[in-house]
Design a binder for this molecule. Sequence first.
Ligand code: G6P
Length: 612
Amino acid sequence: MCGIIAYIGPKNAYQILIEGLSRLEYRGYDSAGVALLKGDMNIYKKKGKVQELIDFAEDKNTDGLIGMGHTRWATHGKPDDINAHPHFSGSGKLAIIHNGIIENYSTLKEALTRLGHQFVSETDTEVLIHLIEEIQERENLTLADAVRQALSKVIGAYAIVVMDKNNPDLLVGARKSSPLVVGIGDHEYFIASDATPIIQHTNKVIYLEDEQVVEISRENGVEITSIENELQTPVIHELDLNIDQLEKGGFPHFMLKEIFQQPQTISDCMRGRLNATEGWARLGGLEEHANKIINAPRIIIAACGTSWHSALIGEYLIEELARIPVEVEYASEFRYRNPILGPEDIVIVISQSGETADTLAAAELAKQKGALVFGIVNVVGSSIARMTDGGSYIHCGPEIGVASTKAFTGQVTLLCLMAMVLGYKKGVLSNTYYHQLIAELGQIPEKVKEALATDDLIKTLAARFENTNNALYLGRGYNFPVALEGALKLKEISYIHAEGYPAAEMKHGPIALIDENMPVIVIATNQSAYEKIVSNIMEVKARKGIVIAVIDTRDHEIRKIADYCIEVPSTIEPLTPLLSVIPLQLLSYHIAVMRSCDVDQPRNLAKSVTVE
Ligand code: G6P
């Protein structure tokens, strides 16, 4: 949420900032702005996307070998030009960009107002830069010292960069609960929310820790201190990320690219972890903790959004294959309800970005209470990945479309491997079933390819339903979370109201919504509750609902009764979500395109939700 990029070096900063902001746009796109320093500090900022800023700055002076840029997801203050970052201090000497929320901003604002400060925006961020300037002037401090002192008075979350008009050789950054990465190039340096805008310049990065302050000067390079001004020893990481992974690669949208990447990303997730020919599965990150997990009284999985849907599938997988009780929690609820947790418990946190504020806080809470915290994360080096006791990456590569697709199948693949490994080790998974799971999982990438071949049929269905106002998604067992995920995808990117429901629960409410205009998408690839699903479909048909069924190649009954059928390859039941979700991703994508929605950057959403 909110993207930050800053540059200091021998090149003109503007182009670097603009390219960086375009790469960070998935973090928020309510407004964009830059500050450039050459003699004067020029700030250009515009409501809307980065392109609006580019158009606005076209005839402006964009010189400066130092600068910073921001793309905003609005929290305090509506999205407009004035509330856009960067913000000036009262005198116009300092400027700031910020990701996060200053929770005590109104108290600080009142105190500063009493001292004569006047504010032009409604943001919490402007209060912070006034506070920094007030402290700097009152106590005659260096910029970094003033930042440190100001931050010690702040409650909330922040990743900030501050520039001083009188010092074109200095950038000061700091973080707490919002991510910040420092890039180290050849006599040039970057500060950014994540590595995506840095990678085209350098693969050497330092992840700033909470309550650390970074000073970057042309003369002394990078110096990192704690908020109490103790010198820190930074660790430089070399990233294995290439620029092609951040491009659309010929697809019209990142989301479509990411949907079609899934045969590859699922293979990548299993690489070195599953060998179908030799018949083994292992998960390096799990080995050290496997015995503790097997003997744990229960596992709690905490996550948000699509990752929460994978968590639900994880619950089914781990309970069935490893016979360990699992509870799934929304991270945002879990962290605030004083959960009963102890050293015996295992908490798994699932997060694509590894930065979601609520998931990170849930993990921190679990750690404080002594539980073992295991992370399932995509972004290497992210905050959650670094703070957990153990974990496994899903290795899907950067996911840029705001609606998650390949991360979902990566998470489910990983949870499946985890459940199999734990179940086998625990001795509750028979040798035959274990080897059947390995063989079937090995075939999943090819089967996902076949599922993707439904694309043309789905375009036809999308054209038929693009103007619907509502949709109901039904599934049972492993495919109940898939119903939730299908509905979420449709809501997120096409703004059609959709609900996911366990098929049998339909009778307790949603059935009242069904009439001849209601498309009901039934995920019907399960074998165990097949007859029950048939009955659920009949109940929908009896109320004139339009049934679109996702079936598998073995289906014999549903293809006769559904209005439309989408066929995916068959597999064993625990793996069906990896195939049944594919047509649902494609359906929401095509409907959104037909409705002229902004698929990769849907309104009001952001990819990396670093505020509560
Ligand atoms: C946002 C994104 C979703 C994502 C959720 C959790 O809402 O738009 O796509 O599922 O955050 O994100 P995480 O990075 O923790 O998986």
